[in-house]
Design a protein around this ligand. Structure first.
Ligand code: CMC
Length: 435
């Protein structure tokens, strides 16, 4: 008879253990009972980079990496991208259901109510050098909000958590836009309540002397679609950071800042910027084969390719290609698109990439669209961070409600010197001595 158990025999002791299997996993703590002797700590798993470890139970986002499936709360990403606004999707991720018309109006108003920054936060941004990287400014300014809202520390209060969640979702576009204006030496533009989430963001970025800014509807919709695609992606590096920092009961501003810092790396959200720099470095289509050879020789990475979870085409990359078409109809074609398409074509036919199941990921095409919209590459990861803030917060709230969770604290395998001592004749430092 089939049983949902794993039976293992410990070769060191010949003892057999029966471990329950639940949702395709065994509990790592079950291994602790497997000891060589009474003094033994018990068996652990060793899993650098969490290649095969589930760190939580989550009902937010589902990915099947082999089939190229991505769903938020059960809804396919393709349907959400086509038929929803970003704030509807944000509501869905946070609350588990799409909003009714009334709930949506209320939610939009709530978010709009929280778009302004405290004037001291604006001044804080002014302190950065003119050439500061926008992602560094973004991370630091989000962290600085912690000093403006000290009550946010009360993370065990669900109502208080919700207030900070709305605040953060309202304020991240403003912070992002201000990092851009700062780097261009332009005056900051205050949020405009008449505009929707992406329209208002574009207003804060690009309004000059006109009395009212009107975003191009195609561009505003494309940005909204890009935001939807980037809103969540289950236990990626930055979300795992959000959960790890949040598990210490740090406040959400500091936790989001930590998550954004994790996002900034070129292997994660920083890849969109790295793709553009790579395309510039390659220069022309003729140079692509030589570049691919260097990648295959292990000298370079093809940025925007590969994924820990997707071993198939990233479904987000497909939708981004569609968004690119929409944008390029307005802006004209970004010549880098032809380079990217050629790079993808060559890579997808090459044994190196086929064998390793390396496909374009979300970052491969997003930068090309952002650039056509008028963003410089150093803004790309900030554009990723705005919508991903929603995902981080949805996971943070889920974590705080999860009675099984505790402070995140992995084990290690110690490989250092076991014990040694300072020379016995070495004197103790006296408090009066200069140190
Ligand atoms: N270019 C060339 N080879 C690659 C690439 C790449 N972009 N990605 C993976 N490989 C190779 C890797 O060298 C390894 O080869 P081998 O088996 O011969 O040692 C094999 O493929 C497996 O790769 P891995 O490094 O074990 O895979 P991972 O799951 O640890 O890394 C990754 C995933 C996304 C960090 C990696 O694919 C990568 O560095 N990609 C480029 C950066 C990038 O585009 N990041 C954005 C990820 S999607 C957006 C997000 O979630 O942030």
């Amino acid at each position: 008879m089939k049983a949902n158990v794993l039976t293992v025999t410990d070769g060191r002791t010949d003892k057999t253990y029966v471990l329950p299997i639940d949702a395709g996993t065994i509990r790592a703590m079950e291994l602790r009972q497997m000891k060589e002797g009474a003094e033994d700590f018990g068996l652990m798993t060793y899993d650098p980079a969490f290649m095969n470890t589930a760190s939580c139970k989550s009902s937010i986002t589902y990915i099947d990496g082999d089939k190229g499936i991505l769903r938020y709360r059960g809804y396919p990403i393709e349907e959400l991208a086509e038929k929803c606004t970003f704030l509807e999707v944000a509501y869905l991720l946070l609350n588990g259901e799409l909003p009714t018309d009334n709930q949506l109006k209320e939610w939009q108003n709530e978010v709009k109510h929280h778009t302004m920054l405290h004037e001291t936060t604006k001044k804080f941004l002014e302190g950065f050098r003119y050439d500061a990287h926008p992602m560094g400014m973004f991370v630091s300014t989000v962290a600085a909000l912690s000093t403006v809202y000290p009550e946010a520390r009360n993370v065990l209060d669900a109502e208080n958590r919700r207030r900070q969640i709305v605040r953060l979702i309202g304020k991240v576009p403003t912070i992002a836009a201000y990092t851009y204006r700062h780097s261009k030496g332009l005056p900051y533009v205050y949020p405009d309540d008449d505009l929707n989430y992406t329209g208002n963001f574009m207003n804060m970025l690009w309004r000059m002397v006109e009395p009212k800014y009107a975003a191009h509807p195609v561009m505003a919709r494309a940005l909204s679609v890009l935001f939807i695609l980037h809103a969540d992606h289950e236990q990626n590096c930055s979300t795992n950071t959000m959960r790890a920092v949040g598990s210490s009961q740090a406040d959400p501003y500091l936790s989001v800042a930590a998550a954004a810092a994790a996002l900034s790396g070129p292997l994660h959200g920083g890849a969109n910027e790295a793709v553009l720099r790579m395309l510039d470095q390659i220069g022309t289509k003729e140079n692509i084969p030589a570049y691919i050879e260097q990648v295959k020789a292990g000298k370079l990475k093809l940025m925007g390719f590969g994924h820990r979870v997707y071993k198939n085409y990233d479904p987000r990359a497909r939708i981004i290609k569609w968004a690119a078409d929409q944008v390029f109809r307005v802006t004209g074609r970004n010549p880098r698109l032809d380079m990217a398409l050629e790079l993808e074509k060559i890579a997808l036919e090459d044994e190196y990439f086929i064998k390793r199941k390396l496909y374009p990921n979300v970052d491969f095409y997003s930068g090309i669209i952002y650039q056509a919209m008028g963003f410089s590459p150093d803004m790309f990861t900030v554009l990723f961070a705005i919508p991903r803030t929603v995902g981080w917060l949805a996971h943070w709230d889920e974590l705080m409600r999860d009675t099984e969770q505790k402070i995140a604290r992995p084990r290690q395998i110690y490989t250092g010197v076991m014990e040694r001592h300072l020379p016995a004749n070495r004197p103790a430092i006296q408090a009066s001595a200069a140190v």
